[in-house]
Design a protein around this ligand. Structure first.
Ligand code: DMJ
Length: 516
């Protein structure tokens, strides 16, 4: 045999040189695998539905045009002072509103505006930044928005930016348990200097007890990271998001089957027994059921974790008020706090989505629960003077679905209630959900629309409202997108083909493997 010195190996041996073709994601094949055209193909709706959808499209154009005019390149628009807001969540990244708006502009067929946003990404979106970013926020808004826009359009720039940014997030997983910390420095690791001493390093939020990581943060990476691996052919993203966070939790002991919101990334132990399906916990549960759906119903571990978690929630947190409203309470070391945050209102949609695929015995019960929670969230809107809902509402001291504290009366253009309307509409076709969505449109127009965009308000129980001077990027990513989809036919971003990440960016269900 004597192969030494030969250029080519003997047949069957490992090649001396790398001869494998570079990985290429087959976009055309992916598009052919979709069961419905992304922007839908069905027609025949009534004129009123169409007119309402067009109204929402006009609101999106108004929100975008004002952002573009006064704040392009900043993260958010300040619509009263007509300038931009940068904030401190994105570690020097800019253009959060551009990235969050891209797929909504595309779906609404706002072609010119989509091109404006794309041009900004091509020419001005700079990833060479150095600053402290929220791993969670960068993932759900930037990575989610870029991935979704790539899948919708096939334009390479969005994929490339998503992959580049994804790599910058990887050092956050370098902890003893593999559970990432909440804050990461986005600077390059090889450029440590006096000016950027922490590049690539991560740490926990100062406010999180005992250096803990937050359930809703480390548990809300899986959908995006799986797609980063799918598109790059590099398994590292999927491994980081699968081996550690949520899946690690399937083996950790849970009080009464509930998941507390704070966990040490060093020891893997719970740090505090606060459980909530709203803030700090919310999208962890959402990503369990959506991981299963996105895997084309193959990820049975995620499904089991979701089923078990929901069972514990039903048993220990779901309660009915004296007035007959169903709500999901919070839990502090065994004591119930009879409060629901606006954020928790996404759960109506999530539970409906899961119910669709639940066993015979649970299906109707979960569908009823989803409808009851969505009804309660609608009540929190209906009982306010502005017909918009407060940040949190309570069921104690004679209060029913209303904020009892001054600090909980604000509304910052959040999407969770209309998100649930959209899912409930798609899954039941009960016209009340479109009616309720239209009430929100009217309230947004009346109380949140100002001369140069849309603004949150400080007190939903007071008219005329005081504005907070902030047009949140998720208003364009989520609130307007869910409202628009509520008045679309079901085949626009069909639930057969897409799962929405927690910022409403659509990611495709993995019907097959698209390696070219
Ligand atoms: C969004 O950024 C996401 O929906 C997140 O999961 C929770 N909060 C906001 C909107 O309220």
């Amino acid at each position: 045999q004597g192969g030494e010195g030969r250029d080519e190996p003997a047949t069957g041996a490992t090649p001396a040189r790398e001869t494998r073709a570079p990985f290429r994601f087959d976009y055309e094949r992916f598009r052919r695998s979709l069961r419905h055209p992304v922007r839908g193909g069905q027609r025949g709706e009534d004129p009123e539905t169409r007119a309402r959808r067009m109204k929402i499209k006009e609101m999106m154009k108004f929100a975008w045009d004002n952002y573009k005019q006064y704040a392009l390149g900043k993260n958010e628009l300040r619509p009263l002072t007509k300038n931009g807001h940068i904030g401190n969540m994105f570690g020097g990244l800019r253009g959060a509103t551009v990235i969050d708006a891209l797929d909504t502009l595309y779906i609404m067929e706002l072609e010119e505006e989509f091109q404006e946003a794309k041009k900004w990404v091509e020419k001005s979106f700079d990833l060479n930044v150095n600053g402290e970013a929220s791993l969670f926020e960068v993932n759900i808004r930037y990575i989610g928005g870029l991935l979704a826009t790539y899948y919708l359009t096939g334009e390479e720039v969005f994929k490339n930016k998503a992959l580049e940014l994804g790599e910058k997030l990887l050092p956050a997983f370098n902890t003893p348990t593999g559970i990432p910390r909440g804050v990461i420095n986005l600077g390059r690791q090889d450029t440590r200097s006096l000016f950027s001493p922490c590049s690539g390093m991560s740490w926990s939020w100062g406010w999180a007890s005992a250096g803990s990581s937050i359930l809703a943060e480390f548990g809300t990476l899986h959908l995006e990271f799986l797609h980063l691996s799918e598109l790059s052919g590099n398994p590292v993203f999927a491994e980081k998001a699968s081996n550690s966070p949520a899946w690690f939790l399937s083996r950790v002991e849970k009080p009464q089957g509930l998941y507390p919101n704070f966990l040490s990334p060093v020891t893997g132990n719970w740090v505090q027994h606060h459980v909530s399906i709203g803030g700090l916990g919310d999208s962890f549960y959402e990503y369990l059921i959506k991981s299963w759906l996105m895997s084309d119903k193959k990820d049975s571990e995620a499904k089991k974790m979701y089923d078990d978690a929901l069972e514990a929630i039903e048993k220990h947190l779901v309660r009915k008020s004296a007035g007959g409203l169903t709500y999901i309470a919070e839990w502090r070391g065994g004591i119930l706090e009879h409060k629901m945050g606006h954020l928790a209102c996404f759960s109506g949609g999530m539970i409906a989505l899961g119910a669709e695929h639940a066993g015979e015995e649970r299906r109707q019960r979960h569908m009823d629960l989803a409808a009851e929670i969505t009804n309660t969230c609608h009540e929190s809107y209906a009982r306010s003077d502005t017909k918009l809902g407060p940040e949190a509402f309570r069921f104690d001291a004679g209060s029913e679905a209303m904020a009892t504290r001054l600090s909980e009366r604000y509304y910052i253009l959040r999407p969770e209630v209309v998100e649930s309307y959209m899912y409930l509409w798609r899954l039941t076709h009960n016209p009340k959900y479109r009616q309720w969505g239209w009430e929100v449109v009217k309230a947004l127009e009346k109380y949140c629309r100002v001369e140069a965009g849309f603004s949150g308000i400080r007190d939903v129980y007071s008219t005329p409202p005081m504005h907070d001077n902030m047009q949140q990027s998720f208003f364009l990513a989520e609130t307007l997108k869910y409202l628009y989809l509520l008045f679309c036919e079901d085949d626009v971003l069909s639930l057969d083909d897409w799962v929405f990440n927690t910022e409403a960016h659509p990611l495709p269900v993995n019907h097959t493997n698209f390696k070219a």
